[in-house]
Design a protein around this ligand. Structure first.
Ligand SMILES: [Fe+2]
Length: 357
């Protein structure tokens, strides 16, 4: 391949003139006397038959999990802050593998400060800037016109459904929870809720394939316009469920936030509108079922990092003053960190045709 800053200057008649094979690859001498080297494993990886064998396929993810199986993979999702921050250790590999395969990870024994939390998250990938800012550190004071900045209960949802590319990862670290004057730490509320969107979507596909099809095929508008200076919408309408390939393929991404959702376009026809709401109600009932909901209490010192394309999050109402910090991270940056901490860099570059699921 020829690279040049000035395309007009690149001769169009350059050809391979000579090649010399070696044990580890092949040298090619081009007609402009440039010599290139191509390792055999790279040459093999370019062969269509090789690709069809699935050699370059991305590792598959863990199947959807529910409250019934939540305890079964507890060890896989927990890492220690020191291990993650150790550049020579295996903590980052374990954390990013848990997020890739299951959709989330907990980092225990993190220093209870916004600075330490931000440093940890920056190790995974650059913090994503949005209209909410970059790294967030907030109390429920409605500083932004968003329900996250209140103390009311929030149903399970994904964030930033209104971006062309919703944020890849989201992280929370509860720094403190101070009870109201005269009250104790008991029954302050604020338990966290997680639901595996892949599990819910798979259930829908299994029980009601026609509803699954509807939520895959009907594209709807999304928007963020709660703040005076913001009117964000994606570049196109997007469905609730996206798959890797067709209606039988693995689930790729879920968008689910009733507060950010537009209406189903009437041009689709009244029957489609009716079918979409029936399908949405069914998915909603699966998401809100006992088997889908995993509840736990966030603690100072434990950072939760999750895949916002897969995991729905929510919380119970709470009393008192809760200080929460965290950030968004782009999916591509996360996938890069996952690959580089779990695989040899040369192999990663070689297999860069892996789909970024
Ligand atoms: Fe949220």
């Amino acid at each position: 391949m020829i690279y040049s800053h000035d395309y007009e200057q690149v001769p169009s008649n350059i050809k391979a003139e000579h090649s010399q094979t070696q044990q580890d690859g092949v040298h090619v001498t081009w007609s402009d006397q440039h010599v290139s080297f191509h390792p055999w494993n790279w040459v093999k990886s370019m062969a269509p038959s090789h690709r069809q064998e699935g050699v370059n396929a991305a590792p598959s993810k863990a199947p959807g999990w529910s409250a019934n199986s939540w305890d079964e993979w507890a060890e896989a999702r927990e890492t220690d802050y020191k291990d993650v921050m150790d550049k020579n250790g295996t903590g980052m590999a374990k954390l990013t593998a848990a997020i890739y395969h299951y959709g989330l990870g907990f980092v225990k024994n993190t220093p209870v400060s916004p600075e330490a939390t931000e440093e940890l998250l920056e190790r995974i990938g650059p913090v994503r800037n949005t209209h909410y800012g970059g790294f967030y550190d907030f109390v429920p004071d409605l500083a932004k016109a968003d329900t996250a900045y209140t103390n009311i209960a929030l149903g399970a949802h994904t964030d930033t459904t209104y971006f062309t590319e919703p944020t890849g990862l989201q992280a929370f670290h509860m720094l403190s929870h101070i009870p109201p004057p005269g009250e104790t730490n008991d029954a302050l509320g604020g338990e966290s809720l997680l639901c595996d969107g892949f599990y819910a979507a798979e259930k829908l596909r299994e029980k009601h394939p026609e509803y699954f099809k509807t939520l895959c095929e009907v594209k709807i508008p999304w928007h963020a316009s709660g703040n005076e200076d913001v009117a964000i919408a994606p570049d196109a309408t997007y469905p609730v469920i996206e798959t890797e390939s067709g209606l039988d393929g693995p689930i790729r991404r879920i968008r689910w936030n009733n507060s950010d959702r537009g209406v189903v376009p009437l041009e689709a026809g009244f029957d489609v509108v009716d079918r979409w709401y029936a399908a949405a109600r069914e998915l909603d009932s699966i998401i809100k079922s006992k088997e889908s909901e995993c509840w736990f209490q966030l603690q100072p010192g434990t950072v939760l990092v999750f895949d916002n394309w897969r995991i729905l999050h929510g919380r119970a109402e709470f009393k008192g003053l809760r200080r929460m910090c965290g950030a968004y991270i782009n999916r591509d940056d996360f996938v890069s960190r996952w690959k580089l901490s779990n695989y040899d860099r040369a192999d990663v570059i070689l297999h860069n045709m892996w789909q970024h699921r």
